[in-house]
Design a protein around this ligand. Sequence first.
Ligand code: ADP
Length: 368
Amino acid sequence: MANSPLKLDHHTHNGSNPAVPSLIETITKELYEGVLVLNGNLEIVFANRTAELMLNQPTQALLHTPLNQIFPDDQIKLLFRSREQSHRFHTEIKPSDTSPIPACVTLTTLPFTVEGLTVVSIVALPKASQWVDKIIHNERLAGLGTMGASIAHELTNPISVIGTTTSNLLEMVDGNYLNGETLKRYLRMIDTNVGRCNQLIDTLRAYTYGETLREPTSVNELIEHAVTLLDAQLVKRDNLRLNFELNPELPKVTCDPGQITQVLINLMLNARDALLPSGGEILLKTWPIPELDSVAVSVQDSGDGLPPEEKIPQLFEPFFTTKSRGRGTGLGLFIASEIVKQHNGWIRAQNRSDPSISGAQFTVMLPV
Ligand code: ADP
């Protein structure tokens, strides 16, 4: 411990030594993030210059400021105490003399120090709503990358039917054996398949549309859109079964069709991740809730189910993931819940209630 590169241990014993080790001061001085270091009693023992500016207090004052004055959210204390090695979450910080501002906070517990020092890095997000909107749109566009193969596959089928039909027609014209009935039948095939291509392009256009919309929409149709975009991946490549229980009497909801499709896609991709590699079923279900003037849609899978109950609220936090690096970003459920919130709805995660089938169930409720 005496060789700790940060040599913070001796400062933490008196808890308020303002003399900061020059190494950590130099490293963190020019950082864009605010950096605080806490000792094992969760007292601040170091603050960099950016943290001073963000929190509107000099280091000397910060060393004596209780943590809950800086992070007003009560839940945060639990995370600080959990002493997991690394955590990232979305919360608020409270600069002195001004109202709280949203921030993205990362906690890292340093295992090589006697007292278990925690480094807190803070990125202030002054325009949170713009930030969230940007993330929602960026992730939607990034998702198109992963759906590229699916979309190409969906286009290949009708285009190859159009190609084959056209060359058959040409052959018949050349051989002089094309009659009116056959011509009509072939033209109808071409027309249907051009229609399929147009439908897919419309689905894509609606999905990528950047402006927020509010229009009366059939949630059953949005499920169809999401399935069109994912079918080749989930069914043809990953061999999963897609089942549907869609209520035909569902009233329309006023929503942004692209954003709600994005929610469904995020939930379906999570269901896929829960099912691979062994496979299984994804069930998409809709039903009306007349007494609440709402519509419910659920995505259920037959995977291993959700993490323990106390972790469920965390699933919706930005950057929370249990997937390996490169597979999970921890943004899917955060985005889904932000979109649903913007539609005055709610989203719920639970395990399936049917005892004969394991697996998770995500239910979204949208007001009509
Ligand atoms: P990511 O998928 O990138 O991990 P999400 O925000 O979409 O991010 O999901 C957060 C976490 O929620 C996942 O890492 C996983 O632990 C849990 N989760 C989401 N969907 C399911 C599901 N269908 N079954 C089990 N766990 C799930």
